[in-house]
Design a protein around this ligand. Structure first.
Ligand SMILES: [Zn+2]
Length: 287
């Protein structure tokens, strides 16, 4: 972990999940997200203390476990307030909702793991903080936000999949494809320094936006091609995995499965796919 300066008041902690740091005076700062677990939270506190900074608040961009894992320990040890928006706040406070949503019912115990379910932390509704602006970055999760600082630094959370992730895993988690595509259009209008959670810091996200768009179009084409024959969701998921030579495990099953369902909804709303019930199976077919 390393604290890197990006502007007068803006820093970030370089990490597997980059953490934003916004100084409000010589002593106090807010952080943007808190890493994937308590251990990461401890390291953030230590690093900032070494730099004479005290954390007074955590802004959680969204409720995924790798962004809120340090919330509890940081809030306990630093007496920091935690802020999150609307329904994301609900999941930060009741993280069982995450595996519940992915599984569709009381989640299997093996889904109640640290990747899909953080420890609960007590967040409150997002508040205005001088020098910060919140951006609406819906699509990846229910109501993800980004944060812009007065130094023209944009913390964009998981609004773009990284180059490595696109090439290695092909399918990145999405909750709402329609909103995600709108977010990509919005990102094209921004100019500044960009900190994504899982990519290198850059001043130019144009090519990464294009890569994300291209991969989404590729997945849409694969699904449309697969559905030339009416198939169940399970069959579609299996064929997409086979296409990309990926191997299913329980986390991938719910994360990619849920993402494929987001694609199916998008394709239905755009009159490309429809479904019917036949022999007590729900079959998706090309319109
Ligand atoms: Zn996420």
């Amino acid at each position: 972990m390393e604290l890197i300066k990006l502007g007068n008041s803006t820093y970030y902690i370089k990490n597997v999940n980059n953490i934003g740091v916004y100084k409000v005076n010589d002593r106090d700062c807010y952080i943007i997200d808190s890493g994937n677990d308590a251990d990461c939270g401890k390291k953030i506190i230590k690093l900032l203390n070494e730099n004479n900074l005290n954390i007074i608040g955590i802004i959680s961009t969204h409720s995924h476990a790798d962004h809120i894992g340090g919330n509890k320990i940081i809030s306990n040890r630093c007496n920091a307030k935690i802020y999150a928006k609307g329904i994301e706040k609900a999941i930060v406070n009741y993280p069982i909702i995450e595996p519940l949503m992915l599984y569709g019912s009381n989640p299997l115990l093996e889904l109640q793991n640290k990747f899909l379910m953080a420890h609960p932390s007590n967040s409150k509704e997002l508040e205005d903080i001088k020098g910060l602006e919140y951006l609406n970055l819906k699509g990846h999760s229910l109501d993800m936000i980004g944060v812009k600082t007065l130094d023209n630094v944009y913390f964009l959370a998981d609004s773009l999949a990284s180059h490595n992730s696109i090439n290695k895993y092909h399918i990145f988690y999405l909750y709402d494809l329609e909103e995600y595509l709108k977010t990509l259009e919005y990102l094209k209008t921004l100019k500044g320094t960009f900190v994504l959670s899982h990519s290198e810091v850059t001043n130019d996200i144009t090519s990464l936006i294009k890569e994300n768009e291209n991969k989404i179009q590729e997945i849409i084409n694969i699904i449309l091609n697969i559905c030339k024959i009416p198939l169940t969701f399970e069959e579609i998921l299996a064929k997409v995995f086979t296409h990309y030579n990926l191997v299913l495990n329980i986390n991938q099953y719910v994360l990619v499965g849920s993402t494929i369902k987001a694609y199916l909804k998008y394709l239905k709303e755009n009159n490309k796919l429809n479904y019917e019930f036949k022999d007590n199976k729900m079959l998706w077919y090309l319109m």
